[in-house]
Design a protein. Structure first.
Lengths: 391, 270
């Protein structure tokens, strides 16, 4: 027993059962990954639905990124469950008053949608490979065609229509999936730090900026690795997108905090002691300062000065890295931060993060890295930049 | 009290007579495919949960902090013997002279655990013996079996549910161990049993009350600080307790409507 309990040291007065922090870093990673899925899908939709031509070079990459991260969304939850073998109870007997009950359906719907949209998006390439490749590759791509070899103009027109409508259905799907994650926290009245009507929106907009930022990093990195020129218009388009959404996310997060402080309900003293003490660096410095204000100012400068070339790429990429850090810190500060403030409003706990174990730091890092490795593999089979070189 | 004790004996006799039936019912239960909430009654076949409306009273002015209730609960309910898992606990509030906020601790506090020398036995260390105490009191805590339980609301699979007699139960064969309920409870009444992979909490000793017995903590309390009974019976200890006192509940602003009623709370108790 003693080996599996990692009790949290505390100061002040906390309820005895609170001394085990139940939602670990795995539950930090879960909304982070889900957010990347929603954000990457947003980029894909900006091109597919809203016709942002500038984002064409990353549209297919965005779709694959979304898909790869979506594969791993259930994993942190499964690692966390006391009885993962009962996870399907969630689908068999969903208890509809729970914000978590719809997760299984949401996730299943969304993963199917992503798979179908990816199939349509890559169908011309799959058909071409099925006819061109040899040996095992030929068999693999033939299987992926699902027996459909028609790549006539008429067939492609139907494909585009499907992609368009799937992308339209995917927007509420992706954003619903993530907004609901915010609701999981925001709907609880037991913790002042979580209980906020703005929480779903805060999660949603931070998800969008994290997804766009990831796409910036992945696009620049993939071009460097492939030794192909970086499309500056595309980078600029992504920079504009992330810049605009950072403002919204930042305002929402600021408003949420202002609400807690201004209302000053019971326990506010402890919250203030927390944010100016243990949370000073994770919250004010990393999430707001380094992760939001700095990239916002930097991007504003780049846009204002009309910077181009290497300086633009370097500036935008580094800003994107900071945004990715900021969003991770936001997840951390919500999930862990919420539990470090005691429900008594009279004490603070300290989350003892484990290094090893299924909910430890290494697992968490692996959970973030694994989708990237799968993405690396999938881009070999379904190159997302193929359509560009074909033009 | 007397009426309940007689009722308890009858219930026990009935229970023993029908042990075979109950055993068969349990065997069926072990292979069930639906949550326990869907069943008619639980855990004994001859207990009708539509006939009772249980409630609990705590007279904080009587509690002496002896912690028999905590130890009795741990023994009765097989609660892990650690300082981090409790179905019931006792809080101590001490106002020292010259201080306007109380110093609060429970028996789970490291200083008190050190005083007892073990996580299996509990006591309050005499840590204020040299201080001038203005006011001090104990407050026993347990699951409030709320009328609108947020833990039940958030359970994604319906493993935790409100029985028709008012007790919030957990189906340990159905719980997936997500711990959303632990987060949702504003009273810190729930904990996660790492060995079993499921959430646990006080059930007012459901295995006892459905046989006409009192919860273990009520049974062992030497000063009568804990009161239990059926609200359907107007002469039950709890009905009298509520009728004869001005009672409070914890965190009423949450809208959870607790069914544990307190006498002798202080503004600092939450």
């Amino acid at each position: 027993m003693a080996s599996v309990i990692h009790y949290a040291p505390y100061t002040g007065w906390v309820y005895p059962n609170e001394t085990v922090i139940e939602w670990s870093v795995a539950i930090v990673v879960y909304p982070y990954i889900t957010g990347l899925v929603a954000g990457a899908f947003t980029v894909s939709s900006l091109y597919q639905v809203f016709g942002f031509e500038r984002l064409k070079p990353v549209a297919h990459l965005a779709l694959l990124t979304s898909l790869c991260f979506m594969f791993f969304v259930p994993l942190p939850l499964l690692l966390h469950l006391g009885h993962p073998e009962r996870a399907f109870n969630n689908l068999l007997t969903p208890h509809w008053t729970s914000a978590m009950a719809a997760f299984g359906y949401f996730a299943t719907f969304y993963i199917v949608l992503l798979l179908v949209e990816t199939w349509f998006a890559f169908r011309p390439y799959i058909v071409a490979q099925a006819q061109k490749a040899n040996g095992l590759g030929r068999r693999f791509y033939r299987m992926l065609t699902l027996g459909s070899y028609d790549v006539s103009e008429e067939a492609l027109r139907v494909d585009r229509k499907w992609i368009f409508w799937l992308a339209i259905a995917g927007i509420p799907g992706a954003h619903g999936l993530h907004g609901y994650v915010g609701f999981v926290f925001g709907s609880l009245k037991s913790r002042e730090w979580w209980s906020s009507d703005l929480m779903p929106l805060v999660f949603l907009f931070s998800a969008i900026i994290s997804g766009v930022a990831l796409l910036i990093v992945l696009y620049v990195l993939s071009c460097k690795l492939r030794r192909t020129p970086i499309d500056l218009a595309c980078v600029k388009g992504l920079a504009y997108t992330v810049w605009a959404f950072i403002i919204v996310a930042f305002v929402l997060e600021g408003l949420e905090f202002a609400n807690i402080v201004y209302k000053g309900r019971e326990g506010i003293g402890m919250i203030m002691a927390y944010v100016t003490g243990p949370l000073l660096i994770p919250y004010f410095v990393l999430q707001f300062g380094v992760g939001a204000i700095l990239p916002l100012l930097w991007l504003s400068y780049l846009i204002w000065r009309g910077t181009t070339g290497r300086a633009l790429i370097a500036g935008v990429t580094l800003s994107a890295c900071l945004v990715l850090l900021s969003v991770f810190m936001m997840r951390w500060n919500v999930v862990i931060g919420g539990q470090e403030i005691s429900k008594t409003g009279k004490g603070l706990l300290e989350y003892p993060m484990q290094i090893l174990g299924k909910e430890g730091l290494i697992s968490a890092l692996a959970l973030v890295a694994a989708p990237l490795l799968v993405l690396l593999g999938i881009t070999r089979l379904l190159p997302p930049w193929e359509h560009k070189t074909a033009q | 009290m007397k009426r309940e004790a007689i009722g308890g004996l009858l219930a026990r006799r009935r229970f023993l007579r029908k042990l075979g039936v109950a055993g068969a019912a349990l065997a069926v239960g072990a292979t069930k495919k639906e949550p326990a909430a869907a069943r008619q009654s639980f855990p004994t076949a001859d207990y009708d949960w539509t006939k009772h409306r249980w409630a609990f009273g705590v007279d904080a002015t009587k509690c002496i902090g002896c912690l028999r209730c905590v130890e009795g609960c741990k023994a009765e309910n097989d609660v892990p013997l650690t300082a981090h898992h409790f179905r019931t606990w006792v809080e101590r509030y001490v106002y020292l002279e010259g201080e306007n906020r109380p110093r609060i601790d429970s028996h789970a506090d490291p200083v008190n655990i050190a005083a007892s020398g073990s996580q299996r036995e509990y006591r309050f260390a005499n840590r204020y013996k040299d201080a001038k105490i203005e006011k001090a009191f104990f407050v026993p805590k347990l699951c409030n079996q709320c009328e609108h339980p947020p833990c039940v609301q958030v359970c994604p699979v319906g493993a935790t549910y409100k029985a028709k007699d008012g007790v919030v139960l957990i189906d340990h064969d159905y719980c997936i161990g997500c711990r959303y309920c632990v987060q949702a409870c504003p009273y810190g009444a729930r904990f996660f049993n790492e060995e079993k992979g499921v959430t646990e909490k006080c059930t007012w000793c459901y295995q006892r009350i459905t046989r006409g017995l009192q919860p273990a903590c009520v049974e062992v309390c030497p000063v009568g600080a804990r009161v239990f009974g059926d609200l359907n019976d107007k002469q039950s200890p709890i009905s009298l307790f509520i009728r004869n006192n001005r009672v409070h509940v914890l965190k009423p602003e949450t809208g959870n409507a607790p069914n544990v009623f307190y006498v002798g709370l202080d503004k600092e108790v939450s």
